[in-house]
Design a protein around this ligand. Structure first.
Ligand code: PMP
Length: 295
């Protein structure tokens, strides 16, 4: 891995980039984060990502002591320190910072800000062309009144344990149910089914992360006349779906053709999914060439 990182004001190489072991982000997992990617080396959809970062931080009573513009400047400076990267993965991490070991949010004087820039991992072309298998796992998504999945927090054990189960079965992603037994979201992506030409994804109220790509798919729906809706999904809706796909910043839209060994639709990426994938890429390219990628 070749990466650079901004750590509290200094841009460092991957070997030098360190944070204190006394940081509450390390000892308590008290922190929030965002993952962005670039298109044409421009951070994509920076504005909605920073908005979500602020919302996550507010939900854990964490100050965000900089403006959006100042953060974008730091992201750009970190990107500039990695000139060899064609496209970048950008992880912005904001933790409570260093302080006494206490859960009192006032025990830390200032948050720690880290911006990691590294090469964007490539998803195998076969995933987009042939689709992937995901696994409906036994790990339940966090109860919103326990640790709200809307908080994009550094507490990622729920996601990691779900994904471990998927990995044991050779699956690309882990699909989780919520505490009510409804279909919720995946460990690192949101989930959609397509039935009778309509794309449906579980509502935020089901207890999931409001994905930026998920929201972008709603915009693509307007652009393409494909109806995209929020709706409660149960296991049977998955088995009876014509198509399914997952969405995330780093992977865009990936067709799902099998869930836990059961074939979805004809077992190959369906026409609605393929159309959305195509329009996604066209839209991203258009925003970049219009200089509007950050919005
Ligand atoms: N759900 C979870 C649990 C995630 O970790 C992610 C990845 N950030 C997503 C959904 C997709 O969100 P986005 O489209 O903003 O990357």
């Amino acid at each position: 891995m070749s990466a650079v990182a901004y750590v509290n004001g200094t841009i460092l190489g991957e070997r030098e980039a360190m944070v204190s072991v006394f940081d509450h982000g390390f000892v308590f997992g008290e922190g929030v984060y965002e993952v962005l990617r670039t298109y044409g080396r421009q951070p994509f959809l920076f504005e909605p990502h920073v908005r979500r970062l602020r919302e996550s931080a507010a939900r854990i009573a964490l100050d965000v002591p900089f403006t959006d513009e100042a953060l974008l400047d730091r992201v750009r400076a970190t990107l500039a320190a990695a000139p060899d990267l064609e496209e970048a993965y950008i992880r912005i991490v904001l933790t409570r910072g260093v302080g006494e070991f206490s859960y009192d949010p006032h025990s830390c004087a200032s948050p720690t800000l880290v911006i990691i820039v590294k090469a964007l991992g490539v998803t195998a072309p076969s995933a987009y062309e042939q689709g992937v298998e995901i696994r409906l796992v036994g790990v339940t998504r966090n109860h919103p009144q326990s640790l709200n999945p809307r908080i994009k927090s550094n507490n990622l054990l729920n996601n990691a344990l779900a994904m471990q189960e998927a990995i044991r079965h050779g699956a690309f992603e882990a699909l989780m149910k919520n505490y009510r037994g409804e279909i919720c979201e995946c460990s690192q992506s949101n989930f959609f089914i397509v039935k009778d030409g309509v794309a449906t994804t579980p509502p935020i109220e089901a207890g999931l992360l409001a994905g930026i790509t998920r929201a972008f798919v709603f915009d693509l729906g307007l652009e393409t006349d494909i109806p995209v809706r929020e709706g409660l999904l149960r296991e049977d809706d998955v088995w009876q779906a014509d198509e399914a796909f997952i969405t995330s910043t780093t992977r865009e839209i990936v067709p799902v053709v099998r869930v836990s060994g059961r074939v979805i639709g004809p077992g190959s990426p369906g026409p609605i999914t393929r159309r959305l994938m195509e329009v996604y890429r066209a839209c991203a390219a258009r925003l970049v060439s219009a200089g509007a990628a950050a919005h």
